[in-house]
Write a protein that binds this ligand. Sequence first.
Ligand code: ADP
Length: 423
Amino acid sequence: MSPIWLQEFWRLFIFILSMSFIGFLIGQTLLLLLITTIIYIVWHLYNIYRLENWFLKNNQLPEAAGIWGEIFYQLYRRQQRHRKRKRRLSLILKRFRRSTAAMPDAAVVLDNKFEIEWFNIAAKKLLGLKSPQDRGKLITNLIRNPAFATYIKIIDDYEKGIKLVAPNNPQMILNFCMIPYAGNQYLLIAHDISQLHNLEQIRRDFIANISHELRTPLTVIQGFIETMRDNEDVAMKQWQRPLLLMDQQSNRMRNIIEDLLFLSRLECEGVQKNIEKSINIAEIVTSIYEEAQLLSTEHNFTLEVDKNLTLNGHAKELRSAFSNLVFNAIRYTPAGGEIKIRWYQDMEVKHFAVHDTGEGIAPEHLPRITERFYRVDVGRSRDKGGTGLGLAIVKHVVNHHNGKLRIESIVEKGSVFYCDFSW
Ligand code: ADP
């Protein structure tokens, strides 16, 4: 028992005892005991009244003796602590608002129904929000874009963000990112990426144009090389080897140009455009398997396909990606190695997989292996006729199909390249 309760108990005990004694002296013990009880109850009721009054009017702390004094004091201390915390929180909130107001990015606080609670100055400029009219409005009524409406509904996609044209300026490109916080609130950040977007566009156009421009002169050069190689003239005999090398190198150049053009097309085309329904992937994979067998008689190939498993997408792109993986397996697996090609479904996900028992890829190369022109060994890749663009194409095609390229590899043991499709 706490000392304050002990004190209260003694106080009550002495009070009852003295009242009983007086009652005994005057021969009215029961009456005095009743009066004692009434006084005690009235004292409690009075203090409850003061407590309620204090809560309602928030005036000066009431003073009292005994247990009520302690209760008032403890409540007062709690109230002080609460006020201090509230002051600190409002100071933090003020600082947060001041800093977000100064931010060049638009920041919008949304409630659990995606209604606007607060926004900073940059949000007025970048998103065209108006204060106070737009407070309490649904964000999707102000950023009227179906892609945005879909993005904010799928919490798993929040990290990826979404690039969209600014609602009030078609020249401006914004990257939107939703951040959930405090359980049921969201912070929407919009960052102006117009400059980056334009640079990216310039890079894409440059690669597409230069590849296109190089293709025509190269075709002419290749035509002449072919004619000269076919020439039976004795004087041309000594030129046969240089011509053969020229032919090989110009072929390599043509392959690079074709791959670059293909990559540019993949980057420019919208993801959802011209989707073919229920593509017969088993047929595509079987024909790649047959081509691979013709290309290399030194490897052992196995094929495992689910004939009923189809996919929606772009048949040409998929064929190119899958054959890139199979031809890479041939390229980087020594003679006598095993190559297994699979098309199967596991749970809800469809997989295309190529297993090989080749040289494998060291873990430090894996994060960059799908970048354009990234090779583990540049010399070897060139010798084997690689362009350095194969995996970049595969990654683009798989992403184009809402899929994921997954690589598992052990040096000297082999690799498995998976294309996982969830639709
Ligand atoms: P490349 O035209 O050089 O093959 P890719 O983009 O197809 O270009 O592949 C990039 C690099 O990844 C290759 O240079 C090679 O080092 C490595 N690589 C690709 N596939 C395999 C594989 N099946 N086994 C081992 N290494 C591979």
